[in-house]
Design a binder for this molecule. Structure first.
Ligand code: G1P
Length: 298
């Protein structure tokens, strides 16, 4: 029987230089979409998929993340005293059981593969695990990782979230070489991290959700630096292609926002704002006005 996926690694060590000056003192993952930090979206998605243990790979200056997931007795007491039960309920989603969350430091910025490798001692040698990149925020009726866990129950092996991208954008991603296209699932025969322009094997890109065999952690021990001089997770997964486990791409149903870019972050803010009943009317009236003003000026 395939083992259940109950652990997820969240690589959150990046400096977030694209969001300076904000990220000078605020970790990128604490930046807020409407009223919840990016990391909360990732945690909610993981919980919906059955994840029970959360492993954060952090770096210097990420202390706010630890505080965020800690209980806040003074604040909670104050809200209780004022009878603000709705806000207490909101706070509850940020609390973690003791021992459910672990923090590991990545001491050198050697890439995504290296960040995941830093967590190797927390994953058993027969235990599949998930990786979630919180920059990739995915709006979906059924959370993306949950869709993948269900598909993984059929396939086992290794699975990456996949999405068609414009050919000129492919060099920003890990890209799949597809052996067999079964619709929502593809069997992978090659993976290239950040291919040069015109050299991508397809326009099916890897998005930041993975379910991996623990062998990938062993592969990370062996691989050399890849694209950008970094230890790449994509290269360690590609080593699994010829194993009996294999690698699958999963075309998730949902809309992905690249919250590692300013434009993606703004788009996500608008989309999540419009999704909220308490904000929808005001925000869409404002957006109409802005669009109409633009038209009038043309
Ligand atoms: C990482 C992965 C890449 C993947 C991307 C998705 O790249 O290395 O394979 O396509 O996330 O967001 P990064 O965006 O960290 O450069």
């Amino acid at each position: 029987m395939k083992r259940k996926v109950t652990k997820a690694i969240f690589p959150v060590a990046g400096m977030g230089t694209r969001f300076l000056p904000a990220t000078k003192s605020v970790p990128k993952e604490i930046m807020t979409l409407v009223d919840r930090p990016l990391i909360q979206y990732a945690i909610d998605e993981a919980r919906a998929a059955g994840i029970k243990e959360f492993i954060f790979v952090t770096s210097r200056g990420k202390g706010a993340l630890e505080d965020y997931f800690d209980h806040s007795p003074v604040l909670e007491e104050e809200l209780r005293r004022k009878g603000k039960d709705d806000l207490l309920e909101v706070l509850e989603t940020t609390n973690m059981d003791s021992g459910a969350i672990a923090y590991i430091r990545q001491h050198k910025a050697l890439g995504l593969g290296h960040a995941v490798w830093c967590a190797r001692r927390l994953i058993a040698s027969d235990e599949p695990f998930a990786v979630i990149l919180p920059d990739d925020v995915i709006a979906a009726d059924r959370p993306c990782l949950q869709q993948m866990v269900e598909a993984y129950a059929e396939t086992g092996g290794n699975m990456v979230a996949a999405m068609e991208v414009a050919p000129e954008k492919a060099s920003s991603y890990g890209v799949l070489d597809v052996a067999d296209d079964m619709g929502s699932m593809v069997k992978v025969q090659g993976m290239v991290e950040k291919p040069k322009a015109g050299e991508a094997p397809s326009n099916l890109a890897v998005i930041g959700r993975y379910i991996l065999s623990p062998t990938v952690l062993k592969n990370l021990n062996k691989i050399k630096r890849g694209a950008g001089g970094e230890i790449q997770l994509t290269d360690a997964i590609a080593k699994e292609i010829d194993s009996k486990r294999g690698v699958y791409g999963y075309r998730f149903r949902g809309q992905r926002f690249d919250c590692g870019s300013k434009s993606g972050f703004l788009q996500a803010t608008v989309a999540f704002g419009l999704d909220r009943e308490d904000l929808r009317d005001d925000l869409s009236a404002y957006l109409h006005d802005v669009v109409n003003m633009g038209k009038a000026a043309e």
